[in-house]
Design a protein around this ligand. Structure first.
Ligand code: GEK
Length: 246
């Protein structure tokens, strides 16, 4: 049973910058499902992709793991092998504490190392699957290329990166339509106009979205030659990038 997100349901005089604190942890599974169209499809696909792409004796990384939804999908995808390690990282101690409890509730042969740190400080090595599921957008833009380059260098040939993000669009007409469709999605999920507008203010300076082309350009600069948007719903989507075999 998860708690319903009511964080922005009452009028607030000052809206604090959004933070992944204990209050957010309490409602996070509900919040992310009702805010990110396609979230469950993307999580399910991370499991399927893991089954296909994980390489024996390699590491799998969940960068910005929150409560471990992608980690658990990867663990399910790895059920055929016990030879991989998952490293799940988040810089919110509140998220890591709750994630630890969630992971402990399900039996698995795959070891998971949970780390509370900035994903920019983590050494990526011997990796076959790296997941950045709605996390890169929270990094200041100048840190994004160096993280992707670090991921590219730490991936084994044939290894994959799953990069899911909120997008903006160059064409103002398309941009507005896709934003409006997302707002309708949130209304249909039961969020009020007040909740939608207060949440938007709280995220204004901390979630900086790029266009799909900006992502492709940055991924190429990082070294990835095979990049494809495999899923999109309104202004949210997910790219798979593959490190070439040679
Ligand atoms: C999921 N991937 O459920 N270092 C480490 N963690 C960070 C950093 C950073 N620099 N910046 C933000 N985070 C998850 C959902 S949520 C997306 C990811 C969202 C963490 C932050 O603490 C939060 O837990 C997560 O990235 C982003 O598949 O809420 O929209």
């Amino acid at each position: 049973m998860t708690n319903t997100d009511k964080i922005y349901s009452k009028q607030q005089n000052n809206i604090d910058e959004f933070s992944f604190n204990e209050q957010v942890v309490e409602v996070f599974p509900d919040m992310i499902k009702r805010s990110v169209p396609g979230y469950e499809k993307i999580i399910e696909t991370i499991g399927i992709l893991t089954k296909k792409c994980a390489i024996a004796n390699s590491n799998l990384y969940d960068l910005g793991c929150s409560l471990g939804a992608a980690t658990m999908a990867m663990r399910r995808g790895l059920s055929h092998t016990t030879e991989c390690n998952i490293i799940a990282i988040d810089n919110s101690q509140a998220m890591i504490n709750r994630c630890q409890q969630y992971l402990a509730a399900y039996k698995s042969q795959t070891p998971v190392t949970l780390v509370c740190d900035d994903i920019c400080n983590i050494k990526i090595e011997n990796a076959s699957v790296v997941v950045l599921n709605f996390t890169l957008q929270f990094l200041t833009p100048e840190k994004r290329l160096s993280l992707l380059t670090h991921i590219y260098n730490g991936l084994l040939p044939g290894g994959v990166l799953v990069l899911s993000e909120k997008f903006v669009f160059d064409d103002p007409i398309n941009h507005q339509l896709l934003i409006d469709l997302h707002l309708d999605f949130k209304r249909n999920q039961g969020y009020s106009e007040l909740e939608i507008s207060q949440k938007r203010s709280s995220l204004e300076n901390i979630l900086i979205a790029d266009t799909v082309d900006e992502h492709y350009g940055r991924l190429r600069l990082a070294g990835f030659k095979h990049n494809n948007l495999w899923y999109q719903c309104f202004n949210f989507g997910s790219i798979i990038s593959i490190k070439a075999q040679s």
